[in-house]
Structures are given as structure tokens and as C-alpha cells.
Design a protein around this ligand. Sequence first.
Ligand SMILES: [Zn+2]
Length: 371
Amino acid sequence: MKMGNAFNIGKVFGIQLRLHYTWFIIFILVTLSLVFPNWSQWLYWVMGIITSLLLFASVVAHELAHSLVGRANGIPIKSITLFIFGGVAQMTKEAAHPSAEFKMAAAGPLCSLAIGGLFYVISRFTTGLSEPVATMIQWLAFVNFALAAFNLIPGFPLDGGRVFRSILWRTSGNYMRSTRIATQVGRGVGYLFIVGGIIIAFLHPFGLSWFSGLWLAFIGWFLENAASASYRQTQWREALQGVTAAQVMTSECPVVPSDITINRLVQERAFPGGRLCFMVADESGLRGLLTLSDIKSVSQQNWEVTQVKDIMTPVAKLKVAHLDQDALSILEQMGESDINQMPVVSEGRVIGLVVHDNLIRFLRTRSRLGI
Ligand SMILES: [Zn+2]
């Protein structure tokens, strides 16, 4: 699931709030789950919308709890994204101490428990007053308790998995090993959910519907994926520690004029030297950057009529890296902007190019050498 498919909806405490398009599925599910025979059509939709908004606020509160406690413990949070399975707070770096991770991870479920308790107390007062309101408040109390319970499952990268890792980390002192164990538990939980979901879908134990089964299997699949991805990221983080752009860049990007055709470029420049990148410049200076993937995007029969300047990435649109920027942040930036290469700039001049594939190859070589 790409978190790039989300849009900004505002800022809270200086943290960007983002809504992923899958969140709208939740809105529909929430509205559909509030089925009451004696409700009129309009009441049904109004209650659906209000309940969705309150659910939205509950999830935001949960993520804000993580974010604010994280920030207070030296883990800056860039943004919060709400998506189909809840929310994610994007950290700009991982916790440096187990206690910081413990506090940050526990804050979210604790917040959800508190909100659930609050709704429960309110529901005691509203029961006699209005049936729709009481139903909604009870539902919200239940959902917040469920949110806390689900997130406390001890599989990484769920909150419970992070709490579990922080405890392992504190007792063993070994961050990587703790992450590995917590991730394996996370993947195990994911598989259990998938198997459980399939059983429910086909055998309907306890009167559960095929839809609940499918949903559970879907969550399991997501958990397994998230656990594997988080672990890979942790490995990368470890492998790229202390590595800078200077160490992973290709420094041979020859300068080419902007008005030659792709055909000429390929025949005269790309083939002989096996180049990966070209700096496009004319009398007025650097105009853009051209890479092999740009060339590949043009079909071969058009090479004769396409000029370098037509397909290059213009200077204004280039995301650049600095010579001493760490390789991990470059990799993350590439993922966020969905780009495969970043020119490296020093004193206003492009001196090289970091290519995504090369970075991955670098990681593989390191892991093969066991460093
Ligand atoms: Zn959480």
C-alpha cells in the first residue's frame, strides 16, 4: 500500500494530517454497519456521517498520542496518515532508546482505552434520552476498545509489537535481534489471521459471516506484509548507517547538449561508455538531467525525432541530494517521490548520481559480506 496516495487535510500541533483514499472504504463500512430497521433514510445517513467523523477523531487522537509522546522523547513525527486499517504516524527516525520506544508505542492504545472509557460513560447517560445517539456512542466505545486491543497484539509493527520489541531490546541490548523476533511474531499473527479468516469464511463459526472472514484474512495479509516490510527497512537502516551519498553515487555523468537527438546520444555517447546518466547543459548552464530510464520511456522509432531536452528532467524539477547526505534518507526520499535517481550536488554543481538499483545492489553486497 503506497502512502503516497493520500492528500493533506491540515495540520495539528505542527504535524501534517493526511487522508489515504482507502479511508473512504471505512466510511462506507461504518455507515453500513449501523443498520437499524426503524431508522429513516436521512437519519441513517446523518448518523453514518457523524459516527465516521467521530471515528476519524478517535483514530487521529490515537496517532496524536503516539506523535506527541514520541516528540517529547526525541522522535520527531512528520505526518499522520489515516488509511483503511487505522492510522500511521510517520517517524523521521527510530527511537534511540528502548524506553522512548516503549512510551511512544504504549501511548496510542492507552489513548484509545481512555476514549473508549469516556464514550462508555457518556453512553450510560444517553441510553434513556435518544436511541440513535446512544447506539452511536456505544458503538464508538466498542470501536475504541477494539482499536486498543487490536493494536496491543504483540506483533511488530503493531503498537504491541513495538512494546514487545522495546522490552526485548531493554533486556537483551540487541536491537536487531529484538526486531527480528518481534517481526516473526508479527508475521505469525498475520498468518493466523489469514487462516482464521479462511476458516470463518467457509465454516461460519459463532454465526460469523463470510465477510468477517474475508476482512480478517485481509487484515492478516496486511499485517504479514507490514511486518516483512518493516523488517527489511530495519535491515536497510542498519546497513546504510554512516553511508553517505558520496559512497554510493556514480560520478561519471558526462555533459551533453540539449538539442541532440536520442539516436545520436545513444549511438555516440551511451553505448561507448556504458553511461547511466547525462547532464544536459548549454551556454546558459545546466538545464536538466537525463538517465537511461528516461531514454527507455521513448519508443525506439521516435529516437530520431526526439531531442534530449524533450525528455530530460528539467533543473527546476530535480530533487537533489547533497554530498554528505546519508544514503538512507536518499532511499526514503526516492520512495516518497517515486523517483529512481537523484543527482548529487556540491557547491552548486552536479557531481554525480545516486541510482536506486545501485543503492539496492550496494545493500545486497554488504549483506552478502555480512557487514
Ligand atoms: Zn497505534
